[in-house]
Write a protein that binds this ligand. Structure first.
Ligand code: GLU
Length: 294
């Protein structure tokens, strides 16, 4: 791949302002794009509308701008792109790679228990395949969600993460047929992200390590839709003072915009980069671009 064809992105969910953890992913994706002479995009992942906070998208863009991180092309909002997700679902359904599912969470628990499978706490249930077409499909029940039909004979997905090294996941055994369109009608992250990464020509995905275990599902969707697989790099997580994962859900503090250079310096440190040089974000970004070796 020539460096001129590099296209990267930062894809925040506007469920709250940026915090120290999300700035690490933003900075890493920006530095990686700049180092490769590439294009860097911002995409607002606002498909999970009940979780979105009004105004958080504009706040995130202000925070990024204060840090000198500005999208090279107009920002895309996923909520305006739902017809693309529908087209992708239609393609998958038309090739028997997606099917409607009538199961509630309770139905799934009961089916797993009936097979003697107990779900470990904190682990999402592997869908038992109740509504797979070869098992009779909906059997007269009303469709709720749409699922991706993972080929049970598919070999585990292997990929080399540019930060974490070789990775593998057996999606059929570890995840099962995952949701593409939710029972509440909303588009699932997995489908939206794969469609948008392809539509926007993304060649390199750089994002937080908490998202790493979505990669195999996304690779399967890319293959099913005949789309290219980008290169992946998952950045280290920033832990809070008590070792907890920083996230908007557990109340991580919004970045302090009055000190963008200090916030950038902490993000750079998490990436193993040297202390900020220069007195403006632009000068520091320039120095880190030279030091970025991923
Ligand atoms: N929207 C996702 C998040 O904020 C990131 C998606 C991605 O980078 O693939 O966690």
């Amino acid at each position: 791949m020539t460096t001129a064809s590099y296209r990267g992105r930062f894809a925040p969910s506007p469920t709250g302002p940026l915090h120290a953890g999300s700035l690490v992913a933003a900075l890493a994706s920006w530095l990686d794009a700049r180092t490769h002479g590439g294009v860097w995009l911002v995409r607002m992942e606002d498909v999970d509308t009940p979780r979105c906070v009004p105004g958080a998208d504009e706040e995130i863009l202000r925070q990024l701008a204060a840090c000198g991180l500005i999208s090279d092309e107009p920002v895309a909002w996923q909520s305006t792109r739902t017809s693309l997700y529908q087209q992708a679902l239609d393609t998958l359904a038309g090739t028997d790679q997606a099917y409607p599912c009538a199961c509630s969470r309770k139905d799934i628990e009961i089916a797993l228990l009936a097979r003697g499978l107990h779900r470990e706490r904190h682990h999402a249930a592997v869908y038992p395949g109740t509504c797979r077409p070869e098992r009779g499909g909906l059997n007269g029940r009303a469709a709720r969600a749409w699922r991706f039909a993972v080929n049970p004979t598919e070999a585990p997905v292997d990929w080399t993460d540019r930060w974490l090294g070789p990775q593998t996941q057996d999606v059929a055994a570890e995840v099962g047929d995952f949701v593409l369109r939710r029972a509440d009608g909303l588009w699932a992250y997995q489908l939206a992200v794969v469609v948008d990464d392809a539509r926007q020509g993304i060649t390199h995905v750089v994002r937080g390590q908490d998202l790493a275990d979505n990669t195999a599902r996304q690779v399967l969707l890319q293959r099913a839709l005949g789309l290219p697989t980008p290169a992946y790099l998952h950045t280290p997580l920033v832990l809070g003072a008590h070792g907890e994962k920083l996230s908007k859900q557990n109340g991580a503090q919004a970045l302090d915009l009055s000190e963008p250079l200090a916030a950038l310096g902490r993000a750079a440190q998490a990436l193993g980069l040297p202390a900020a040089r220069g007195s403006t974000p632009a000068q520091a970004l320039d120095a880190w671009t030279k030091a970025w070796r991923a």
